[in-house]
Design a protein around this ligand. Structure first.
Ligand SMILES: *Cc1c(COP(=O)(O)O)cnc(C)c1O
Length: 373
């Protein structure tokens, strides 16, 4: 073998060993690591590219649109929007999905005012900057939800300005869910007709539909778009996401491009053809019932961690329908070892499928040991 290849393989082997080790102790970020997509390896030999609109064929034939459309059908069913009424695509992640939702909103309401909470993900702040959307940030209550009284006050002060909402369906730090019902009721009470609701459901978009009826995330509500990450709950070695919206909204912004013989309806031109296959494979093999079971398993494991922390008198916090467990940050060595995300006074574990009880026990032992030193 050529020397340069040997050198490359050696570096790869070393890196793989490192990743294996680091993967053992990842519990602080919402990335499901329990998957096996090796049946898809042969497709790494093809230059798959889903450039353009998923629903319009394209001059470039090496694409996986048929898989992508099946993925979108799954999400359309999950969020209750009829097959002939929705549009969407598999994008690069929650961030692109959020940018897309807010882009559509701004195209619909060029003079719109964006409203989101203090606990919104940084991708929302960024989208507001990119799109130059005037915005107001609403403080949160002790649960990490939007303060609805403050919200009402802000809306009243905005007069007849069209409103664009980003609602958090699971905040990054607390897993808190902004109440869609409350915001919708507010629109009715204040007789506001021009509004757009985008739901940032990066992680909890795959948990909420299976668990909590009160927060039910559905296009039967007057919402306009939903963004979900693919690499979070479903799990994927390549970051990805899904954005879903109403077809009629996208028809307003579509541009026909000769060169690719497709419609330029997405944010990026070229798009991964592998990530739709990854999501398709997960959906086909787990099915709705499999995901439902996983969501319940994550919540159960999260309850277990919460109880363990309480038993050992470590100040902790957990919302009912969330797999995020917050607690007083442990020794920095432990936070580093377990890749915990910390913010202000709190650290958190996001209890994903691979954060099983034995793993939680291991983590607790580490914490207890460090308290004794
Ligand atoms: C992770 C996350 C995002 C961003 O998603 P990416 O897939 O990392 O781009 C957006 N919003 C929330 C609430 C998140 O947790």
């Amino acid at each position: 073998m050529k020397k340069s290849y040997l050198k490359a393989h050696k570096a790869l082997n070393g890196f793989e060993a490192y990743l294996k080790k680091m993967t053992q102790s990842l519990i602080g970020y919402p990335t499901n690591l329990a998957y096996d997509y090796r049946p898809l390896l042969p497709f790494f030999q093809y230059s798959l590219n889903n450039l353009g609109d998923p629903f319009h064929d394209c001059g470039f034939k090496i694409h996986s649109r048929s898989f992508e459309k099946k993925v979108l059908d799954f999400f359309a069913k999950l969020y209750q929007i009829p097959k002939d009424k929705f549009w969407g695509y598999v994008c690069s992640g929650g961030t692109e999905g959020n940018l897309y939702g807010l882009f559509l909103a701004r195209e619909l309401y060029p003079k719109g005012h964006l409203i989101f909470s203090q606990a919104s993900h940084y991708s929302i702040h960024k989208a507001a900057r990119i799109l130059k959307l005037p915005h107001t940030i609403i403080p949160t209550d002790e649960h990490g939800e939007m303060n609805y009284d403050h919200l009402k006050h802000i809306i009243q002060s905005l007069g007849h300005t069209p409103l664009i909402f980003n609602l958090n369906i699971g905040t990054t730090m607390h897993g808190a869910i902004d109440k869609l019902d409350t915001v919708v009721q507010l629109m009715k009470d204040l007789k506001i007709k021009k509004f757009y609701i985008h739901c940032d459901a990066a992680l909890s978009g795959m948990i909420v539909p299976f668990t909590n009826k009160a927060h039910y995330l559905s296009f039967k509500q007057p919402i306009h778009s939903i963004a979900v990450s693919g690499h979070k709950f479903i799990g994927s070695p390549i970051p990805c996401g899904v954005v879903l919206t109403h077809k009629y909204l996208v028809e307003k912004i579509a541009n026909n491009i000769d060169y690719i013989k497709s419609l330029d309806t997405t944010i990026t031109g070229s798009r991964s053809g592998l990530t739709p296959m990854i999501l398709w494979y997960a959906i086909l093999t787990h099915g709705l019932s499999g995901f439902k079971q996983q969501a319940h398993q994550c919540l159960e494991q999260a309850d277990y961690l919460y109880q363990q922390l309480k038993v050992h008198q470590i100040p902790c916090w957990k919302e009912a329908a969330s797999n995020t467990v917050l607690f007083k940050p442990p020794h920095p060595r432990i936070a580093d070892r377990w890749q915990l995300a910390t913010s202000g006074d709190w650290a958190h574990v996001i209890v994903m499928q691979h954060v099983t009880k034995p793993k939680i026990d291991q983590f607790m032992q580490d914490i207890i040991k460090s308290k004794k030193v």
